[in-house]
Design a protein around this ligand. Structure first.
Ligand code: COA
Length: 134
C-alpha cells in the first residue's frame, strides 16, 4: 500500500468540503468508517457537479474508489474535486480526501475515486448539460 505525504503530491482540484471526523463516525474498531468518508466525497463531488450542471444531479457511478490510509477521530477531513470529463448529460469528477492528522501539521492522502454524476430534470431523467462538448 502506498503511503502519501506532503512530499509526494499536492491536493488536486478545488476544496469542496472541510469537516472534522467525529467519534459518531467510527467503525467498531474505533477508526473512521469508510462509508462516512465515501459519503463526504460524494457530497463534495456533488457540489462541484451541481455547479457544472447548473442544477440537480444524481450520482450514477463511483470508480476506482481507493482507501489508502485510515482516518482517525480528530482528523480534519478535506475533500478536493476536479472535473475530468463533461459528456452530454454526465460528468466525471476525480475526488481526493486529505486528512490533517489531529488538526496539526501532517497532511496525508487517505482516499480517492472517480465519481460520475448525471444532470437530471424534475422528472429525474437525464438532462443535457449546457455547453457540453459531446
Ligand atoms: C442517473 C440516471 C437518471 C441515469 O439514467 P439512465 O437511464 O442510466 O441514463 P443514460 O443511460 O441515458 O445515461 C446518462 C449518462 O450517464 C452515463 N452513465 C450511465 N451509467 C454510467 C456508469 N455506470 N458509469 C459512468 N457513466 C454512466 C451515460 O454514459 C450517459 O452519459 P452522457 O450523456 O454524458 O453520454 C439513473 O441511472 C438513476 O436515476 N440512477 C439513480 C441515481 C441515484 O439515485 N443516485 C443516488 C444513489 S442512492
Amino acid at each position: 500500500m502506498a503511503h502519501h505525504t506532503d512530499s509526494d503530491r499536492e491536493p488536486a482540484g478545488e476544496l469542496a468540503i472541510r469537516t472534522l471526523a467525529m467519534p459518531a463516525d467510527t467503525n467498531p474498531a474505533g477508526d473512521i468508517f469508510g462509508g462516512w468518508v465515501l459519503a463526504q466525497m460524494d457530497v463534495a463531488g456533488g457540489i462541484i457537479a451541481r455547479g457544472v450542471a447548473k442544477g440537480r444531479v444524481a450520482t450514477v457511478a463511483v470508480d476506482g474508489m481507493t482507501f489508502h490510509l485510515p482516518v482517525f477521530v480528530g482528523d480534519v477531513v478535506c475533500c478536493y474535486g476536479a472535473v475530468t470529463r463533461v459528456g452530454r448529460t454526465s460528468m466525471a469528477i476525480h475526488v481526493e480526501t486529505w486528512a490533517l492528522r489531529g488538526g496539526g501539521g501532517e497532511r496525508v492522502l487517505v482516499t480517492e475515486g472517480v465519481f460520475t454524476y448525471v444532470a437530471i430534470g424534475d422528472d429525474r431523467r437525464p438532462r443535457i448539460i449546457d455547453g457540453a462538448s459531446d
